[in-house]
Design a protein around this ligand. Sequence first.
Ligand code: PEP
Ligand code: MN
Length: 375
Amino acid sequence: MATFAPVNCELEFIAPLSSWLVSQGSVPVIAGPCSAESEMQVLDTARALAFNPSVAAFRAGVWKPRTRPSGFEGMGEDALRWLKLAKDETGLKTMVEVASPLHVELALRYGVDMLWIGARTTVNPFLVQEIAKSLEGLEVALLVKNPVNPDPDLWLGAIERFYQSGIRKLAAVHRGFSFYRKSPWRNAPMWELPIELKRRCPSIPVITDPSHICGNRTMLASVAQKALDLEMDGLMLEVHPHPATALTDKNQQITPGELSELLASLVVRRPSGDQRFEMHLEQMRSEIDRLDVELMEILARRMEVIDEIGNYKLTNRITILQIDRWREILTDRLARAESLGLDRQFVARLLEIVHNESIRRQELILNQSGSAPLL
Ligand code: PEP
Ligand code: MN
């Protein structure tokens, strides 16, 4: 098991989420487009969302952090005007991403109610500190997305900087973590991290953002369900009236109607009564998931080396199976396995399966080369 830092959270006076993110549904939902694109798109979305009792705030990106400079970078101040219109007409609270003190000043000038810090900003303590300074003495609610890299200290550190500048309406947003390996996720959820944040700091509400975790529409409901099952405190979902034409994140956005369907499909279970049990179980399961991935990677690497040996033997006309070598392997591995507390029979069966597969691969190399069998 990984070892975790001791509980050392000093954020005692964080306001309860329900005091500032008010929803009539069973879970508070922040919804709205990835980006504010036009007055009509903003107003259409807000009008539709205002009918949804779960929606507690209307989100929209007005300055967009883009990986490449050629992407759509947001409509800036124009978008703030549209958000103001949406708020005045529907009564929905508005929320935008800020990445500098100038963004804070402009957003507040247009009556934005809540701000969020994006994943690419949370990674930078200089920037976080500058933004925190610009918020001193202000009443605004603030949400801190997890940093792109899986580092609970960096996430908590950003939250602490805002707390120190006097912000009390504070929450964390779990949007998943960058993962360099091929994965079904846009950002791997690594549930053990939001769980660890809650363990260290039970007063911090955590809102799950399935849209940026999934990067597609198909997995949104299962991630949202998992968030509820792990007793996360709310959801943030990207909603667009016509997702197919969205200027950013079009694969993950859903229509207001699809949002209602998704929310209706969620099962809000009664808390098990023992949250610590659930969290600990999840941490252990995450550890198993990680170990299984490692096991597969090690097996794949072993087979690559086996193929190399196969080719080497082929060029040098050496037999595939050298019984002495196999005996040596068995004796050595079984002794090691026993010293690690593994069952001898189990390991012998496992080694045999791996060995048979290695022979099969080397035979394949031989057959493909057209040479006569050497075994
Ligand atoms: C967003 O919410 O649209 C966004 C850019 O999020 P993140 O910072 O999680 O990538
Ligand atoms: Mn987005």
